[in-house]
Design a protein. Structure first.
Length: 333
């Protein structure tokens, strides 16, 4: 049933995407703030307690509702899975940024593209040349597609196969959100999350995203230039995190970006990745990734944005075909 749940969720998200300021997302932000304010006392055990309450409790609640509905009727549990996937995954949660920047570049309005990129990622893009704008858009869009679509699918399918319903989707999205939100709030205001809490959230996120990042990279390799993607994955992943103290989420992102670079033959990394605001040392609001090595490939061009769109959609089709085959095999078996 995972295939049909994902299919209906994607169709619903395309037809009626959630608005950016919807009450559900506002509730998640309020819940995350409550956990940090009431449980974060600055020590490691407090950080893990706050993270567990913020992430694991909603995931367990999602499983509990699934189990209760399944005990009443399987169709109710299926509807619950569709609804959870609808609010957890989807392109429309980030694709409007990509489309707006691409359209601005297509019309030759580089200043508007820089402003849109700055608004999206909260970085200074005022001095970026055209190729760097394209490179930023590719990197941020690929990572967004991974976190909003393929990573969610990975954990949903794994735990759904174990009978846990949509628990995996909730676990993945919340673990990504709290790591990003607590880090952002500290940088923006200097308060809201202690270094211990940020460290716990980033460590947990690195572990949870380890397998999905490699599944996404493998999917890009299959639907793109396979040999080049695998070669770039093997030899240039570490170039995205030259600092030995780099947090594991950076290495996971490096896997996805290195495979993307090889799959579509585009040069990523280098100075463009400096703008990705993920902390190397939680609590340091100035901590950004150091200068990274660039992968081989062509200089980023506007045509590469279309290639990225095609790569992502082919990977979605690959996922759906695999899910359909697994569902068919289960029905026949």
């Amino acid at each position: 049933m995972s295939f049909f749940a994902v299919l209906f969720a994607l169709l619903m998200e395309q037809a009626r995407p959630l608005s950016p300021g919807n009450s559900l997302h506002a509730g998640v932000r309020a819940w995350t703030r409550w956990c940090s304010r009431n449980l974060d006392a600055g020590r490691q055990q407090h950080g893990w307690l706050a993270w567990s309450l913020a992430v694991l409790l909603p995931a367990l609640l999602a499983f509990g509702i699934h189990w209760l509905l399944w005990s009443v009727h399987g169709l109710l549990a299926f509807v619950w899975s569709v609804l959870v996937l609808y609010v957890s995954l989807g392109f429309r949660q980030f694709s409007h940024h990509f489309t707006a920047i691409r359209d601005a570049l297509d019309m030759g309005d580089e200043q508007a593209a820089r402003q849109l990129l700055a608004d999206w990622q909260q970085v200074d893009a005022s001095l970026l040349p055209r190729s760097e704008i394209v490179r930023h858009v590719i990197e941020h869009s690929v990572l967004a597609a991974h976190r909003h679509v393929f990573g969610v699918l990975s954990w949903f399918c794994i735990l759904a196969a174990l009978g846990l319903g949509p628990t995996g989707a909730v676990l993945y999205r919340l673990s990504e959100f709290v790591a990003r939100y607590w880090s952002y709030k500290f940088r923006a205001s200097g308060e809201g999350a202690s270094p211990a809490l940020q460290q716990a959230a980033m460590t947990a996120w690195g572990v949870i995203d380890f397998l999905p990042a490699r599944l996404t990279a493998l999917g890009f390799a299959v639907v793109g230039s396979f040999e080049d993607a695998i070669d770039s994955w093997r030899h240039y992943t570490q170039g995205f995190a030259l600092d030995a103290k780099a947090a594991s989420p950076i290495r996971n992102d490096g896997v996805v970006l290195a495979a993307t670079a090889g799959a579509v033959n585009v040069r990523l990394g280098g100075s463009a990745l400096k703008a990705i605001r993920l902390p190397f040392a939680p609590g340091d609001d100035n901590a950004v990734p150091p200068s990274t090595q660039a992968t081989p490939g062509r200089e980023p061009e506007l045509a590469h944005l279309r290639s990225i769109v095609g790569l992502v959609w082919r990977c979605v089709v690959l996922w759906m075909v695999l899910l359909a085959l697994l569902t068919l095999a289960r029905l026949i078996g």
